[in-house]
Ligand binder design. Structure first.
Ligand SMILES: [Zn+2]
Length: 219
């Protein structure tokens, strides 16, 4: 497989979105320290340097993720992808808070970015975080969308969980859509929050009962 180098723009996006925190350190130990590390490929295909496929990992966890050792249960792609979404969500929440400079405050600059919590819908709990990514050469607005939804919080064997983790471009000024073949999602953005419609095309997206559809309010 030919190694395709990661463009400096994509590299910048990965480093800034993670703020050089390792999502496995965070996900397993709640370690939010800045780490020396590297950009890893989730699918282990070094020619696939799309933003969705890249993740910043500390050296130890990069080794652990790439290792083919059968001694221990290896970290799976799905697991690391989820932890990446979790870290980026928490970074956005932490860094999205206004920073007071005396009387000045630097708050949300981008009106769409933010942490949204569902107020109505079929599943019991859902949250979506939208993060504006640093502008690339094309000067299109690209967002990282991450989210978690739960259904059946009181079930004996635990709830079903759904997750979103996606880089999207803004279709127009207040709509984000994507369709990846078996999964269709539309997010309408207004001053009141989000209206999300999710459809499964081929099969249930996140397990039988979990859907992100519903209305969301900014937290
Ligand atoms: Zn780590």
């Amino acid at each position: 497989m030919a190694r395709k180098s990661i463009s400096t723009e994509v590299e910048k996006s990965v480093l800034i979105a993670s703020r050089r925190r390792c999502c496995i350190c965070f996900g397993l130990n709640r370690d939010i320290g800045i780490k020396p590390g590297q950009i890893a490929h989730l699918d282990k295909d070094s020619s696939n340097s799309k933003l969705e496929n890249l993740v910043f990992l500390c050296f130890d966890h990069h080794d652990a993720f790439d290792s083919k050792s059968s001694q221990s249960k290896n970290l799976t792609k799905k697991e690391v992808k989820f932890l990446k979404g979790e870290l980026l969500t928490q970074v956005q929440i932490a860094l999205g808070k206004p920073v007071p400079f005396g009387k000045m405050a630097v708050g949300d600059i981008d009106p769409i970015s933010g942490h949204y919590v569902r107020t109505s819908g079929s599943t019991e709990s859902a949250e979506i975080v939208i993060t504006l990514l640093p502008e690339g050469l094309e000067s299109v607005s690209r967002y990282y969308i991450s989210g978690v939804a739960f259904f059946g919080l009181t079930r004996e064997f635990g709830p079903n969980m759904g997750e979103l983790s996606k880089v999207v471009e803004l279709a127009d000024s207040n709509r984000i859509t994507w369709n990846d073949g078996n999964h269709k999602l539309a997010i309408d953005i207004s001053d009141d929050g989000l209206e999300v419609v999710e459809e499964a095309i081929e099969m249930p997206v996140h397990g039988l009962d979990v859907s992100f559809s519903g209305n969301y309010r900014k937290k």
